[in-house]
Design a protein around this ligand. Sequence first.
Ligand SMILES: [Ca+2]
Ligand SMILES: [Ca+2]
Length: 275
Amino acid sequence: MAFSTSEFRLRCRWTRAAMVAMTLLTITLSSEETLAQESALVFDGIDDVATVPNTNQWPILTSSLTVEMWVRPADLSVNEYIAMIWGGDRYGLSQRSTDTSQLAWTISRGPTDSAFTPTGALVEGRWDHFAGTYDGVTMRIYQNGALVGQKDHTAPGSVNVRGELLIGLWPGQPTFAGTIDEVRLWLSVRSQEQIARWMGRPLTGDEPDLVGYWRFDEGSGQVISDSSLIDNDGVRGITSSAEPEDPSWTTDAAPIAFFFDGFESGDTSAWTTTR
Ligand SMILES: [Ca+2]
Ligand SMILES: [Ca+2]
């Protein structure tokens, strides 16, 4: 195809304009990625804790409960507790006292019952996603979106979920050494499909029944923001002052920024980024 000189110049201009537009788009995307920097909290295994205050913004009792978090242990040589506890009935995720590579999902209302992952579920330096659910009868524990353990609670019924939330600590027990990220609390029973589908992608925060969503993406400062509609922010350590109990910020966060829609089918054609 032959072009006149003026046509050729015009096409050159279009090409240059397109290249400039592409460059600007690339710069824009890069800056958005920078803005979307993820972070997480590192707990020292000595006294570190993140504290979320009690709130009266959800019912005292529920028989539909889901707790989720990403965990990367740094040291499994001692028996530590990765705990979430409310002042009502104690419940949370923790290492098993007799095998620190197992995670336990525990509810203490009346008798204490736990559902356990298989041994070896926790590996030093490796991120894994865990979720515990309770439907009023059965407790289930999921690892990376797969059901790996369950136990009927011998005191079936509702659980008191109000009270102060502690992350990284079970009072009176050795504290957690490692990184925790993306803590979620639901007053509903998340299905296996929902857990698997959403563990690797951020939520909007206004999902029904989501009553706590701490992303740990602040990256600095004392506040850990609750991105749910409850807006129940917490602090590093025990108070908003700098103190020895403050866990450290890290940009080595849980792998939740990217996902693909074909997660369960293995279809990689739908790779996308959420940001
Ligand atoms: Ca995070
Ligand atoms: Ca503090």
